[in-house]
Design a protein around this ligand. Sequence first.
Ligand code: SF4
Ligand code: SF4
Length: 343
Amino acid sequence: MSVETAKKILLNELLQLKTDNRTKFFEIAFLGGEPFLNFSVIKTISEWIWKQNIIIHYEITVRTNGTLLSKEIKEWLLKNKKRIKVGLSMDGLSEMNIFNRTSISIDWKFFYYNWPDERIKIVLFKDSIQYLKKTVDEMNDLYIPFYVEIGEGFLWDTADAGVFEHQLLELVSDYILKADEAVACGLFSFNQADFFPKHKMTDILFCGKSNNIIAYDIDGSPCICHLFSTPVQSYDVARNSWNNLRDVHSVPMDPQCISCPVQKVCKTCFGENMRLYNTIYKSAAINTTCNAVKAKSRVCAYYYLKCIENKIESGNILSKEERDTAIKCINLLNNIPTYIKEI
Ligand code: SF4
Ligand code: SF4
């Protein structure tokens, strides 16, 4: 994206904000690929935004893999660290990051010390999932805050899901007394966000975070979200999707998912559907992350039951909600068979 295109987009958005009294906060997120490939635009545009007379609270954010952190970028970020939030994506400190991303040594301390509230994002892929416990232990040993999510777009077969389930089970005892952190780091949480089909395309939760997003393509054209942009799809698919799909009100659930006990925690990413099948109406999740989601749900249920067991053994009385949730967890374990036999 050029500076001129970025300015044009933002001028238009800022103009609209002047007459929109609903918006109390907005975020400008520089997205990649790797955003620092275009550092000059990030720098120029951020400095330009800071000079505008913006009265609404806003923040500028960047998520990077840290591989392009030059002296120049570092100095500029340090100078402006109170005005720009930078989060690191790094899959741990050893094998998992080397396998998934890069063998380049990442200066994670730079991010950790300057933006301590930004959790490091760890993405899980089946080919390195055997390193999950080691990765988590190494991060925890250094008190590095992290957040784990399942990587999309790749098939997890039942054996891969078995390794994932086993690795997660190995972590249960470490997190029994740290329920808040267990949820915050994404290892044991159930994402209770509703499944997406009841939303209009433009109302879709932005990866679970917000229902108000507008993404702009490299030429300044609007996109449904970053997964519907030219770098992910193609220029024509991005434009066709914006023209024809953004007002879709509902997408029928795949018949295989209707009776699935974990359908409400399984993310339907229409961008992935489009990327893999050239249509939003065929579920990518079924042929990619399905087994991983189910394996994780099993361990989440088991984790919850262990927490409850702990509570009972400590002489505490369970609330009705806790009893009901425990029953749901037992049902879930009975309905989704373990994958561990597949290892
Ligand atoms: S876990 Fe599998 S079957 Fe269940 S909703 Fe997700 S894709 Fe569908
Ligand atoms: S289509 Fe996928 S990437 Fe786009 S907002 Fe929905 S879940 Fe997020």
